[in-house]
Design a protein around this ligand. Structure first.
Ligand code: COA
Length: 243
């Protein structure tokens, strides 16, 4: 273990270095320029949308100056999405749901028809999310899509649900835990499932067709078709299947 005094010194050094970098950025306008470019593009997108209803970025918003960002244009739509959710217009439920449908098509990997996405839904990049037709995602849902995430037709995620598609390496004792690395593990939620309020779906699990996850449960293993599971960890409660 590090001597506490050395550790305090290294935190102080790090803070001093960060402050120096920050002062340099402020003194040279670098911070403002970087923020301006990004915000101008996002604000332009919001303005154009509100005045004309158009929601498309120019093919190359940076005019060749930053190819990578231009190619990753979905980041602007994600930014727009987060900004929009903080405006009064987001309270116009029908309008907001239609707008998020358009945004989801721009940001997610694949999106079916008639999806409903409510307020304050967060995701990592969106690039690994596949949604079927009629998927319903309630407010404050957190979708980690570092690994692939698929949600089948007409499945519902209740408010506060978290889905994780990555886990951490716990047994590499040569590195501190946060640097041990990540394991990407896909999650598949089948068609017509109900994932109850505040449930957590852990990385690598598959939830079968028309399964129900009880409120506040933690799904650590696969769930069979038509099964109701609940608890921490979630265990089968009953089966609700057609005759
Ligand atoms: C799982 C659920 C569907 C079960 O409802 P139900 O069919 O009426 O079943 P019951 O209330 O009779 O409960 C059956 C058993 O499951 C247990 N159970 C119910 N909810 C549970 C939960 N959230 N976590 C753990 N166990 C639960 C009950 O204690 C009972 O156990 P017992 O048989 O040992 O007494 C319901 O409790 C639930 O969580 N629904 C999700 C609600 C939701 O999030 N809706 C979102 C709408 S967008």
């Amino acid at each position: 273990m590090q001597n506490p005094e050395d550790s305090e010194q290294s935190v102080a050094d790090e803070q001093e270095q960060l402050l120096a970098e920050f002062e340099e950025m402020v003194a040279t306008d670098a911070l403002q320029r970087a923020g301006d470019t990004f915000l101008r593009r996002s604000a332009g997108l919001v303005d154009r949308f509100l005045s004309t209803g158009e929601l498309n970025l120019a093919d190359d918003p940076f005019k060749g100056r930053d190819r990578q960002l231009a190619e990753d244009s979905e980041i602007f739509y994600t930014m727009f999405w987060r900004l929009f959710d903080r405006t009064p217009a987001a309270l116009l439920q029908d309008f907001a749901i239609k707008l998020r449908r358009i945004l989801a098509r721009k940001v997610f990997k694949q999106v079916g028809n008639d999806v409903t996405i409510h307020h304050d839904v967060l995701f990592s990049s969106g690039r690994n999310i596949t949604l079927g037709d009629g998927v319903f995602i309630n407010r404050r849902v957190m979708l980690d899509d570092r690994g692939p995430l698929t949600i089948g037709d007409h499945s519902m995620l209740a408010a506060g649900v978290t889905v994780e598609t990555h886990a951490h390496v716990f047994d590499d004792f040569t590195r501190p835990m946060p640097r041990g690395g990540r394991l990407m593990k896909p999650v598949v939620i089948g068609a017509e499932c109900l994932i109850g309020y505040n449930a957590v779906v852990m990385a690598g699990t598959t939830i079968g067709r028309r399964a129900i996850v009880a409120a506040s449960s933690v799904v650590t293993k696969d769930v069979d078709d038509y099964h109701v599971v609940g608890g921490v960890p979630a265990k089968p409660i009953k089966v609700i299947a057609p005759e």
